[in-house]
Unconditional design. Structure first.
Lengths: 584, 111
C-alpha cells in the first residue's frame, strides 16, 4: 500500500491535499483531505468520528511532520489518551514532544440563558493559543456541535461557528470537524454542514442481521474526484483502515512458475507440474469430500519447499485441523513450530465481511506468505449477502494476485448444485478442482476432477480420491459399461476382471497342454509305427534276399546238372541259360 | 424564558445563616470591545447595588493571557465566574439582563 501512495502524484493543478495516513482513505480521496480547508466528518454515535480525527492528527504529526491541535468538546484529555492508547497512539509522548496539543473544552451548561450579547472569542483565543504552541497545521474540533447544547441562543452559536470556519480557512489550517448525525436525512444535528463546503465524509455503523459493519462514504469533495462508493472500514489495534482495494486494476503479474499441489497424481492431472504460482484455486465440493485435506496437502508441500503459508480457518480451530490432518499422515505441526505456517482461525460472524477482509489483508501484509488457504470461503456467506461476498472475494483475489500469492479457497457446495459455486466465485478462479461423492453400491466415495485450469493442459478424467493413513492418493476410477465405479464397487469390478483373466489363462494353458499331449501321442505312435514298419521291412527284406538266394541256387544247380549230364554242346549252354532265367 | 409575571414573584434571598462571605468575581473578556466595556459596567453597577463592600472583581483579558481561558473553561466572552462563595457559577453575556444576572449569581431565587 505504501508503494501505491508514492506512485500517485497529485498534479499541480488539482487541489493541494493533506495526507491522512489512514490506510486506504488517501486512495479514495486521491491524496487526502483538502489542505487548508475544513472537512466535516459526520456519523452516528460510536461510528468512529473521534478516532478518525485523532488518527488524522497523530499520523500527521508522526508521518508527515505536521503538528496538530485536538479540541475535544466531549471527552476529557485523560479519557482520550486512554482510549487511543489501545490503538497504539501515545498521545502523552506526542504532547511532550510538542507535536500535538490536546485541549478539553467543557462548558458548564448555562441554565439561565444569556445575560446579554456574547461571542465565542474565548474559543477562538484558545484555539489560536493551542495552534501557536505547537505550530499546528492540522486542527480537529471534536464535536463542535456540543456548543449548541451548552450555550444559550443558537443563533449566536451558528454565526460564531461560521466565523470560526472562515477564520480557520484564512489561517490555512487543515481542519476536521466532527458532527453527530442522529437523523438519516440530515448530516448533522444542527445543520453545520452548510458552513463546510469543501469535503464531507460520512461514517456509518450499521447492523444487518445482527452483524455490524462500519462504512465510510465521501458525500462531497469539491474540486476533486473521489471514490463515491460506500467503503467498509475497520477499527482495530492499528487504527482505522478503509478498504479501497476495488480500485486496483487488473494488471498483476502472471508468473509462469509452477508449484506442486502436494499430491503427485494431482500435479499429473495439471499438466504434470501443478498450479501456477500466484494463481487462485478453488476446491469446491459437498460436505466431507476432502476440501480441507487438499488444502492441507498443498500447505504441507509449500512448507517443505520453505514457503510461508497462512491458513485462514473459518470453521475449525487450528488444533482440530492439525489433529485431523495428522490422522491421514500430514503433520503440519513442525511447520507451525518453525514459523512457516500460521493459522488464523475465527468465525466470520465475529465481525462482518469487511472485518474479515481487512483482517485477512493485514495478516497477509504482516506475514508475507507465498501460500494462503481460505477454508471455507462459503462461511462468509453467513455474514453477508452474495453480492458483498463476491465483491469482497474479488478484492481479496486481486490483492493476493498482486502479491503473487498462491491461494486455495475451499467452497462448500450444496449437494445437487455442484458446478454452481456459491457466490459465483468460480469465474475469479484460475483452477477449479471439483470434489464430489459418488454413490455406488451403497457407499459414498470421493472423486476429484479438474473442472478448469487456465493456461495449462489438464486432465479431463475423474480420479478416485482415497484418504489413507499415509496421505492422500488419487486412483483411476473404473470406467465401463456400468459407468464410473469407485470404492468397493471398483474393487469388486477389478476382481471380477481379474477372475476372467485368470480363467482365460487357465483355459489357454489347458489347450496348450492338450496340444502337447496330442503331439506326444502322435510322436509315440509314429515311433511305434516306424518300429512296426522296420520290423516288417526287415522280414520282407529277409524274404527277398532268401528268394534271391534260392533263385541263384536253382540256376547254379541246374547248370551243375547240365554240366554233370554234359548233354549239350557249349552253344546250348548259352541258350539254355537264357531260357531258364525267365522261369525264375 | 421566564415571563414578566414570574419575575415579579422573585423575592430577596433569605440571609445565609453564617456571616456574609466575601465575593470574588472574575470577568473574562477579549480585548476592549464594546461588549466587554458594557459587561464590566453592568457588573460594577450590580455589585454596588447588592454586594457593596464585600466583593472583588478580577478583570481578565484573554487577548493578553490566552492560557487562562483553559483554567475556567472559557469559550464565550464576556463570561462572569463567581469564584467565591462556592460553588462556582458562570454567567455568559454582557450582563445587560440584570434579573438573569442576579439569578445566575444566586443572589435571587425564582419561586
Amino acid at each position: 500500500m505504501a508503494q501505491k501512495k508514492k506512485t500517485r502524484q497529485p498534479s499541480s493543478k488539482t487541489l493541494p491535499k493533506a495526507s491522512t495516513g489512514i490506510q486506504g482513505l488517501d486512495e479514495i480521496t486521491g491524496g487526502g483531505l483538502p489542505r487548508g480547508r475544513p472537512t466535516l466528518v459526520s456519523g452516528g454515535a460510536g461510528s468512529g468520528k473521534t478516532l478518525f480525527g485523532l488518527e488524522f492528527l497523530v499520523r500527521g504529526a508522526t508521518q508527515f511532520g505536521e503538528p496538530g491541535v485536538f479540541m475535544s468538546f466531549e471527552e476529557s484529555i485523560l479519557d482520550l489518551t486512554k482510549n487511543v492508547a489501545s490503538l497504539g497512539f501515545d498521545l502523552d509522548r506526542l504532547v511532550a514532544e510538542k507535536k500535538l496539543f490536546v485541549d478539553h473544552v467543557s462548558i458548564t451548561r448555562s441554565e439561565f440563558g444569556e445575560t446579554g450579547e456574547y461571542d465565542l472569542e474565548g474559543l477562538f483565543i484558545r484555539i489560536a493559543d493551542a495552534i501557536q504552541r505547537v505550530g499546528a497545521r492540522r486542527v480537529v474540533l471534536d464535536t463542535l456541535e456540543a456548543l449548541f447544547g451548552e450555550l444559550p441562543n443558537p443563533g449566536i452559536v451558528r454565526s460564531e461557528i461560521r466565523r470560526l470556519f472562515t477564520w480557520l480557512k484564512q489561517k490555512e489550517l487543515t481542519t476536521v470537524i466532527t458532527a453527530e448525525r442522529d437523523q438519516p436525512d440530515k448530516l448533522t444535528r444542527h445543520g453545520i454542514e452548510e458552513f463546510v463546503s469543501d469535503c464531507v465524509i460520512l461514517l456509518d455503523h450499521r447492523i444487518r442481521e445482527e452483524i455490524s459493519t462500519r462504512r465510510l462514504r465521501i458525500v462531497k469533495y469539491r474540486g476533486s474526484t473521489h471514490g463515491t462508493n460506500e467503503y467498509p472500514f475497520l477499527i482495530d489495534d492499528q487504527g482505522i483502515s478503509v478498504l479501497p482495494i476495488s480500485s486496483l486494476g487488473l494488471n498483476h503479474e502472471a508468473p509462469a512458475e509452477r508449484v506442486s499441489s502436494g499430491i503427485a497424481r494431482l500435479d499429473g492431472m495439471l499438466g504434470g507440474k501443478g498450479f501456477y504460482r500466484g494463481s487462485s484455486i478453488l476446491a469446491s465440493g459437498t460436505a466431507g469430500t476432502g476440501k480441507t485435506t487438499i488444502a492441507a496437502c498443498f500447505v504441507d508441500a509449500a512448507c517443505r519447499r520453505g514457503d510461508r503459508s497462512l491458513f485462514f480457518a473459518f470453521e475449525e480451530s487450528p488444533q482440530q485441523i492439525l489433529r485431523n490432518m495428522r490422522s491421514i499422515g500430514i503433520d503440519l505441526e513442525p511447520w507451525v513450530r518453525k514459523g512457516l505456517l500460521q493459522f488464523h482461525a475465527a468465525r466470520p460472524t465475529y465481525g462482518g465481511i469487511e472485518q474479515v477482509l481487512l483482517l485477512t489483508h493485514k495478516r497477509i501484509t504482516s506475514f508475507q506468505p507465498s501460500v494462503v488457504v481460505v477454508d471455507p470461503v462459503t462461511n462468509l456467506l453467513m455474514v453477508s449477502t452474495q453480492n458483498e461476498v463476491r465483491s469482497m472475494l474479488t478484492r481479496l483475489v486481486d490483492f493476493l494476485k498482486t502479491q503473487g500469492i498462491t491461494t486455495i479457497f475451499t467452497s462448500l457446495t450444496a449437494a445437487g448444485a455442484l458446478e454452481a459455486s456459491e457466490a459465483d466465485v468460480s469465474s475469479l478462479m484460475d483452477t477449479w478442482l471439483l470434489l464430489k461423492n459418488i454413490e455406488v453400491g451403497g457407499e459414498r466415495n470421493r472423486a476429484l476432477y479438474v473442472l478448469k485450469s487456465r493456461g495449462m493442459e489438464h486432465s479431463n478424467q475423474i480420479r478416485e480420491f482415497v484418504l489413507t493413513d499415509d496421505g492422500l492418493r488419487l486412483l483411476d476410477v473404473y470406467l465401463g459399461a456400468e459407468g464410473v465405479l469407485t470404492g468397493s464397487a471398483r474393487m469388486s469390478q477389478e476382481m471380477r476382471e481379474k477372475a476372467v483373466v485368470t480363467f482365460r489363462l487357465q483355459e489357454l494353458e489347458t489347450r496348450r497342454r492338450e496340444l502337447e499331449r496330442k503331439r506326444q501321442t502322435f510322436e509315440a505312435r509314429m515311433v511305434m509305427l516306424r518300429a512296426e514298419f522296420e520290423a516288417e521291412e526287415e522280414i520282407i527284406q529277409q524274404t527277398i534276399s532268401e528268394s534271391e538266394l534260392l533263385g541263384q541256387e536253382v540256376v547254379q544247380d541246374r547248370g551243375q546238372m547240365v554240366l554233370s549230364r554234359q548233354a549239350d554242346s557249349s552253344s546250348y549252354k548259352k541258350e539254355g541259360r537264357s531260357k531258364v532265367a525267365p522261369v525264375r | 424564558m421566564p415571563t414578566t409575571k414570574t419575575i415579579t414573584k422573585v423575592r430577596p434571598r433569605k440571609p445565609a445563616p453564617r456571616k456574609p462571605v466575601a465575593w470574588n468575581l472574575r470577568l473574562y473578556v477579549a480585548g476592549q470591545t464594546p461588549k466587554s466595556i458594557r459587561a464590566f459596567a453592568n457588573l460594577k453597577a450590580m455589585c454596588e447595588e447588592h454586594l457593596k463592600g464585600r466583593y472583588r472583581i478580577e478583570l481578565i483579558d484573554l487577548r493578553e493571557n490566552p492560557q487562562l481561558a483553559r483554567g475556567d473553561q472559557i469559550v464565550a466572552v464576556p463570561t462572569l465566574v463567581r469564584r467565591l462563595p462556592q460553588p462556582l457559577r458562570t454567567v455568559i453575556g454582557d450582563l445587560s439582563n440584570s434579573v438573569r444576572l442576579l439569578v445566575g449569581l444566586d443572589l435571587r431565587k425564582v419561586d
